[in-house]
Each structure stands twice: as C-alpha cells, then as structure tokens.
Design a binder for this molecule. Structure first.
Ligand code: TRP
Length: 452
C-alpha cells in the first residue's frame, strides 16, 4: 500500500533500525534502571519481561498491521478500517495527543542530557566535588535559561532529520546511530562489570525481591513496557505505513522487541555495578543518571571524563531517534496536500516547545514551580501522565479496536503478506493474545493500579 506521501523505508533492515531507534530511548537508559531499582529489581524484571513480550510485542504487531494495511496516519487509519464508525478516529487522536505530551517532557530530559554531554566535554563535571552533584543538577535544571537553550538545540536536530524525509532522514540517521549506540553501551558495560564490587549491582538488578513489587509496581512495569516499545500511541502505525510491502511483520517485531529489551537490561548492567562499586545509592530516582553517575565517573580518575562523554553522548543519541519518531507521527498527521512536510514539522516543533518550556520552568525549584495542577507540579504531572496513565489507556483502546472490530481475515492476510509468509499456528496464538489476554491484562492492571 502506498503511503500518502509516497515515502517509506527502503528495506526491512532500515525499518528495524528506525523502529528500534524509536523504541530505544530515555525510557531504556534513564527510566528503566531507576524504576527497576525502585520496585524490587529482579522481581520487577520478571513481570516486565512478560509485559514486553506478550502485550508490548502484540501491540507493536497490531499497529504495524493497521499502518501497513491503510497507509494512513492514526487519525485516518481507524475510520478507514471501520468506514461506518468514524468515532474510532478519537483513538488515533488520543494517541497523538499523548505523543505530544511525551515529546514535551522528552525534550526537557533530552535538554538536560545534552547539557551534561557538553559539561563532560568541557570538563565542568570533572571539576565538581562529590557532595555537590545534587546541588549542581538542581541549580541547572531549575534555572530559566540554560535548559531552554538545550531544549531548543535538541529540537532543532530532531526537526532537521524529519525535514530530511523518511528514507533519507529517519532511516539513514537510525542506521548510523543505532550500531554506534550499541558499541558505546557495551564499552560501558565492560567497564562497569570489571570494577571491584560490581557483583552487588548485578545481584541488585537480577535477584528478585517480591516484597517491593506492589500493585503500583506492576502498573509501572506495564506503563514502562508500553512506553519503552513506543506502542499504543500510534507511532508504530505511522512506521507501519512505511514498512516495505514484503516485510515480515512478525520477524521485524521480534527483532525490535528483543533489541529494546536487551538494551534496557544492558543499561542496568552498565549503571548498577558502577553505582554499587562507588558506594552510591541505587534508588536515586529520576536523578540517578545526572546526580549519581557523574560522581561515579569522577571516581574513575582521568579516564572517567571519557566515560562520562561516552555515556551522555549515548543517551543523547538514543533520545534523538526516539524524539524523531514522536515528531514524525505528529508531522505526518498534520501534513497534507495544503501543508507541506517541512511546514508541518516546523509548526509542530514550535507548538511543542512551549509546553516543554513550561515543564522545564516548573521543575524542581524553577521559576514556575509554585504552579500546581491537582497538587502536582507541571513536570511531575506530565511525567505521571505520559509514563504511567495514558499509555495503558491508549493501548487498551487500540487493542480493543484491533481484536474486536477489525476482521480477523484482514489481520491474518496482512500479517502473512497475503498468504506468502508461513506463520504456522501463530495466527491462533496471536489472535488469542489480541482478543483476550492483552485487553484483559491491560484492563486489570490499569484498574488495580489506579485505585491503589
Ligand atoms: N520508546 C521511547 C523510550 O523508551 C520513547 C518513545 C518514543 C515513545 N516514541 C514513543 C513512547 C511513542 C511512546 C510512544 O524512551
């Protein structure tokens, strides 16, 4: 199916790199380790694996099917599949709205990351005394101008890639950056694992402590699985519309999911042993990579600066390919015959930067930190909405549509490339997941997490 822009990925490899680029992001390297630490390490990991492979991957395949079948953006794809029920477009809209919020908070954190990359390069971080990293982070993140500067810089990189196009922008950048990212991460893992006392970090990550795994923890695992795979919000519908017609959706989805999961675990392996070896607190929360890791790097002596540069570069690149996918979904939706791709990308960037700046101003002791909605600062509210609450809701609506309102024959036809790819009994298993397991799991976890 030709997409409306006529653009698409040139090969399955390119598609996998682009979608894995979307999936692998701050969620894997910044968020996964601290959430995993908070909710019991290994116990959380077990629940997380189940959610990633049974629910997250199911959703990814569903979104790919919807996208490639229709060749449309999420707002048009749903009504195209259910022509007499245009109301389904609101599922697409809810997803895109969530993407907008995610992109805003993503920009704030990417801005911090870019700043830390810069401060590693110019030696600022190396000159900070151990006890002062918390203050340094808070002073920086709460200041009005510097974070905004880096937010805008990061957004400019993102927008330029989008303007470059699907194949020549997104695909090309992802094919270049993803392998670099894996190499950088492996370097950090080796360093971390060879430190004295590294085993305590590994034990922390892998030994299950079920006492810390609450209902809230299970909801967090689900939210994290969806967020990390970039599913439920329509981004994979957009990327699905760019998939080559002969691409094997099942295989592609398995590759992306395995990549995303492996990189989350490798990030934990890179971070926790180092944190333990330096006697730091592993439950440092969102500040872990900004307040604790620089201290860990400094304790390595001279080479620490190099590792610090490598780490923050890695995080910036991971964030970039994810931000690209979010902006692409919004751009593809806005662009049509009247508004060009370039104009749409710029308009969306301008719109989202306002929300990002508000979030930045309201972080910590920022100039708007006093402004609260429902007792929460804007930044915390956005984090909660985009990390925990909205993804499961959007995912639930998507999977209900897919399992209960789309024709099974159409689904299997698309999944098997019109019967040319052998999928064996997978269709039976997959349909069971789509129709019963995924919706039930999403519903139960969502309700129990919200009333807790
Ligand atoms: N998956 C990315 C991460 O782990 C974030 C992300 C990119 C995302 N695109 C998305 C999350 C679309 C939800 C929907 O950091």
């Amino acid at each position: 199916m030709a997409t409306k822009s006529g653009e698409g990925f040139s090969s399955s490899f390119g598609a996998i790199m682009a979608a894995a680029g979307s999936a692998v992001g701050l969620g894997n390297i910044w968020r996964f380790p601290y959430i995993c630490g908070k909710y019991g390490g290994g116990a959380f990991l077990l629940v997380y694996i189940c959610f990633v492979f049974f629910i997250g991957m199911t959703l990814m395949m569903s979104e790919f099917v919807i996208g490639r079948r229709t060749g449309e953006d999420p707002m048009k794809a749903y009504p195209k599949l259910r022509p007499h029920k245009p109301g389904w477009r609101f599922v697409g809209l809810a997803g895109l709205f969530t993407c907008f919020l995610i992109l805003a908070i993503y920009l704030v954190i990417s801005g911090w990351t870019l700043n830390y990359f810069w401060e590693s390069l110019n030696g600022t971080l190396a000159g900070i005394a151990d006890g002062d990293f918390g203050v340094h982070f808070n002073d920086f993140a709460s200041s009005p101008f510097r974070p905004v500067l880096f937010i805008v810089l990061f957004l400019v990189f993102t927008t330029v890639v989008i303007i470059g196009g699907v194949e020549k922008g997104i695909e090309r950048v992802s094919k270049l950056l993803m392998p670099i990212l894996v190499v950088l991460l492996l370097v950090l893992c080796v360093r971390s694992l060879t430190l004295d006392g590294a085993s305590a970090g590994i034990a922390y990550l892998f030994q299950p402590d079920f006492s810390k795994l609450t209902g809230e923890g299970i909801l967090a695992a689900l939210g994290q699985a969806l967020f990390s795979l970039s599913v439920g919000m329509g981004v994979m519908i957009v990327y699905g519309s760019y998939l080559p017609v002969d691409d094997n959706i099942l295989k592609t989805s398995v590759w992306i999911t395995v990549c995303d999961f492996a990189i989350a675990v490798l990030s934990g392996i890179a971070i926790f042993p180092a944190v333990f070896a330096c006697g730091q607190d592993p439950t440092g929360g969102p500040g872990l990579v900004y307040q604790v890791l620089p201290m860990v790097f400094n304790s390595f002596g001279g080479v620490g600066r190099l590792f610090s540069i490598v780490f923050f570069l890695l995080l910036s690149l991971a964030a970039l390919t994810s931000a690209i996918s979010l902006l692409e979904a919004l751009t593809q939706w806005l662009s049509n015959e009247k508004i060009s791709r370039t104009k749409s990308a710029v308009l969306m960037s301008v719109a989202v930067v306002f929300l990002a700046v508000v979030a930045s101003f309201s972080f910590g002791d920022g100039i708007w930190s006093g402004v609260k909605i429902g007792g929460m600062q804007m930044f915390d509210l956005l984090d909660k909405l985009t990390g925990t609450i909205l993804p499961p809701i959007c995912a639930l609506l998507t999977i209900i549509f897919f399992g209960w309102f789309m024709k099974k024959d159409d689904i299997i036809d698309e999944l098997s490339n019109h019967g040319t790819v052998k999928i064996g009994y997978f269709d039976v298993f997959y349909y069971f997941l789509v129709r019963l397991v995924a919706p039930a799991a999403l519903l139960i976890v969502l309700i129990s997490g919200l009333i807790n």
